[in-house]
Design a binder for this molecule. Structure first.
Ligand code: SF4
Length: 191
């Protein structure tokens, strides 16, 4: 079997899912026998060197940059996987969606974060607006609402065992290797 190619990215996430991937520990060596890592925080490659077999997405989409990156992963990865609660549902960053009832929810969110909180020292009420910053979306979107997602792995984060087992099944058998098993419901945790 030829080696598969894996890419990973963190969008609106906390990198906890990538930490869980590293928690595979010495079994990463087994994984490296059957797969190479392309674009990923693990390799520090910021662009794809070639199309990949598997793309792992941590986090949902909270800004325009997240959307562009996710769309590129969809174009360049044969199997695209949402990894963790943030990618699957929006997760913690999507808490800001709860103020969608407001007249101007994004404005209210920014003013609360930077201006009106007693815990914020910001005498000029300055909201960061440098042109280098990606524009925020109206709300935080889970990945499947932006592109087609082939597989979702729940958990916050998914356990290292779940990631390892799932990755190996995907590498060896493709999507059929995981859809036939109750594998994704093993060891779900939210801590
Ligand atoms: Fe972090 Fe949990 Fe979101 Fe993963 S699912 S990025 S661990 S908050």
């Amino acid at each position: 079997m030829s080696k598969k190619r894996i890419a990973t990215v963190s969008l609106a996430g906390c990198f906890g899912c990538h930490m869980s991937l590293l928690d595979i520990d010495e079994r990463l060596l087994d994984l490296m026998q059957v797969a190479d890592i392309d674009r990923s925080p693990l390799t520090d490659l910021k662009v794809f060197s070639q199309d990949c077999d598997i793309g792992l997405i941590e986090g949902g989409c909270c800004n325009e940059d997240n959307v562009e990156v996710l769309q590129e992963f969809r174009r360049r990865c044969e199997i695209l996987v949402s990894v963790g609660h943030c990618a699957v549902t929006g997760g913690l960053p999507a808490m800001r969606n709860a103020i969608m009832h407001a007249k101007e929810p994004l404005r209210e969110c920014l003013e609360t974060a930077y201006g009106s909180s007693e815990l914020v020292l910001n005498p000029e009420n300055h909201v960061p607006n440098d042109t280098a910053l990606p524009l925020l979306l109206d709300k935080v979107y889970p990945c499947h609402e932006v592109v087609t997602i082939d597989l979702q792995i729940p958990g916050c984060p998914p356990s290292a065992d779940t990631l390892y087992t799932t990755l190996f099944a995907l590498i060896e058998h493709g999507l059929s290797g995981v859809r036939d098993e109750a594998l994704l419901h093993q060891g779900i945790r939210y801590d």
